[in-house]
Write a protein that binds this ligand. Structure first.
Ligand SMILES: Cc1cc2nc3c(=O)[nH]c(=O)nc-3n(C[C@H](O)[C@H](O)[C@H](O)COP(=O)(O)O)c2cc1C
Length: 378
């Protein structure tokens, strides 16, 4: 296991962190963390989408402090960012999800934990203590098994069920395949041997291409989960206004705009680019979050200005876990929060309520730039 050789790495910047993480884990595990679908064009586009916007600072507001506290579906959190659900974290560090959960909880930050966590959802809940947590559900081939996971999450104090819809089948991940990660067998899943990951595939033996087994992901299955629990439902993996409206009709109280960090469909829309239309379609009554490519505090600021209520952090949390276990994750999350507060101060938007689209202008050639220029707004 990579964890045996884990050293505590002190990092000063985010770039340090990524490089140190790469040195801390086995090459196959790095292929798993870093890799994405196909030519990884969506991974790059996720990050590049933030540079399509310019911040318009107006630092005149009198500022004494910055308050990042907010509520997500009624749950109090210390900041509008959260740990995105990520599977198999013990391959990265022996502390795995339990270290991540303890770190997020100690800072009052929301953590979302995967169906495919290396630890059981009950063990993760114990590590999070009173900390805010949601459970990410991959719908199981058998509806009864999905509902059993939901029941366990309810009993273990998770405050919402996040159903991921962008993985009816796993994406083609070249880098992961070349690095040899889980080629024959997936790592162990803490929630029990009967819990399935999305199928690999499709397979062709003449005739139609088939999945190795049926994967439930129809809206009817999702609505059934929603009816079976009193916990609010969040739909993760929404990239269009149509899907967002479907999610709301299926009972979702929130949607997470995401392309799975570019790991599923190469050339899928960058999450940030998809965000405004989804906010316009459902944002008045439904909370909208975003993940994918959020790296700096100023990235979070752009997403919040476009209407996201919170942003999810993916790979950087795993880099921090690889480098330093729980203290590494604490250090990274603190750094991110400080960066966001710093960006808000510099922008002259000292409260979450003061952040709106007027903070943004499209970069030259960015979204709507031509129309804005024609209207004399730039
Ligand atoms: C190693 C890894 C494992 C992941 N596992 C899951 C998962 O089990 N369930 C899920 O819904 N998303 C999963 N994701 C996607 C993340 O929740 C999130 O959408 C994505 O990482 C955000 O992009 P970013 O890494 O650029 O921040 C995973 C991502 C990574 C990097």
């Amino acid at each position: 296991m990579a964890g045996r050789s884990v050293r505590r790495v002190r990092f000063r910047t985010l770039r340090d962190l990524e490089a140190a993480a790469r040195r801390s884990v086995r090459p196959d595990v790095w292929g798993y963390i870093a890799g994405g679908a196909g030519d990884e064009r969506t991974i790059r586009a996720n990050a590049d989408a933030f540079a399509q916007w310019r911040l318009r600072p107006d630092p005149r507001a009198e500022i004494g402090s910055v308050d990042l506290r907010t509520k997500l579906l009624g749950l109090e959190v210390s900041a509008p960012f959260f740990v995105a659900p990520m599977a198999y974290q013990r391959t990265i560090h022996p502390g795995g999800e339990r270290a991540t959960a303890a770190a997020a909880a100690s800072l009052g930050l929301l953590g979302i934990y995967s169906t495919l966590s290396s630890a059981s959802l009950e063990a993760i809940a114990r590590s999070a203590g009173a900390g805010p947590r949601w459970f990410q559900l991959y719908l199981q081939p058998d509806r009864a098994r999905s509902l059993e996971l939901v029941r366990r999450a309810e009993r273990a104090g998770y405050a919402a069920i996040v159903v991921t819809i962008d993985a009816p089948v796993l994406g083609f991940r070249d880098r992961q395949a070349l690095s040899g990660f889980a080629l024959r067998r997936w790592p162990a899943v803490g929630n029990g041997p009967g819990v399935s990951s999305p199928p690999r595939g499709p397979v062709w033996e003449g005739g139609p291409y088939r999945l190795e087994r049926r994967q439930a992901s129809a809206w009817a299955d999702i609505a059934a989960v929603g009816r079976a629990t009193s916990l609010p439902l969040v739909i993760k993996g929404v990239l269009t206004a149509e899907a967002a409206r479907h999610a709301v009709r299926a009972g979702a109280k929130a949607v997470l705009v995401s392309n799975h960090g570019g790991r599923q469909l190469d050339l899928a829309s960058p999450a940030l680019e998809a965000l405004p239309a989804i906010v316009d379609a459902v944002g008045r009554r439904t909370e909208v979050y975003l993940d994918g490519g959020v790296r700096r505090g100023s990235d979070a600021l752009v997403a919040l200005a476009l209407g996201a209520r919170a942003v999810g952090l993916g790979r950087p949390v795993l880099w921090a876990l690889a480098c330093g276990g729980r203290p590494g994750v604490v250090r990274y999350l603190r750094l991110f929060g400080t960066e966001l507060a710093n960006s808000m101060l510099l922008a002259g938007r000292p409260s979450l309520a003061s952040i709106d689209r007027s903070l943004l202008a499209p970069a030259p050639g960015g979204p709507g730039a031509a129309a804005d220029a024609a209207a004399g707004r730039r």
